[in-house]
Design a protein around this ligand. Structure first.
Ligand SMILES: [Zn+2]
Length: 176
């Protein structure tokens, strides 16, 4: 009993330090171009939902849409916070479209990682989605030097409005 009482708090402390990111591989065959040794210094946050059918939050529906448009992000975050890896980070995913970074660079896909969060225009990301997105971004920042973390609307103003209902103050506090 004494040992258990000691072990549990130690385990919880260990978990909070680790902040391990759980990623589920769900590789797709469209919406990206293979690359090697590309340099990435931007992370673009998007939101998306399933516009056909009754379940706006359907992962399968979102993927069908991506497929029909020939687009993809590297990661897709489900409502329950599950992170799917659709495209390996080394490859160029088609998520940003016609856009430009604050320093004027275009072809944003070439130098960025795209993260899609399943949300509608009328719903906010869930707490679990915020936590997963933050954990993922922190993990990427551990592995790469990131200059920009931007919303799609910031790199394609007027053309794109996502991420919808995204609380940047909250998110920035989580990735500090
Ligand atoms: Zn977008």
């Amino acid at each position: 009993m004494g040992l258990i009482l000691l072990v549990i708090p130690m385990f919880l402390a260990y978990q909070s330090v680790q902040q391990k990111v759980n990623i589920v591989d769900k590789k797709i065959s469209w919406g990206y171009k293979k690359a090697s040794n590309r340099s990435v210094d931007a992370i673009i946050i998007h939101s998306t939902y399933n516009a056909s059918g009754t379940d706006s939050f359907s992962v399968a529906g979102v993927l069908d849409q991506f497929k029909s448009y020939g687009v993809a992000s590297h990661y897709l975050i489900d409502r329950d916070g599950k992170i799917y890896r659709l495209v390996d980070e080394k490859n160029i995913a088609f998520h940003a479209g016609n856009s430009s970074l604050p320093d004027g660079r275009v072809n944003v896909n070439t130098t960025s990682i795209g993260i899609e969060i399943i949300t509608t225009l009328y719903t906010s990301p869930t707490e679990k989605q915020y936590n997963s997105a933050a954990a993922l971004v922190k993990d990427i920042k551990k592995r790469r030097v990131i200059k920009y973390i931007k919303g799609h609307n910031e790199i394609a103003p007027g053309r794109k409005s996502d991420p919808w209902n995204f609380d940047w103050t909250k998110f920035n506090a989580l990735i500090e």
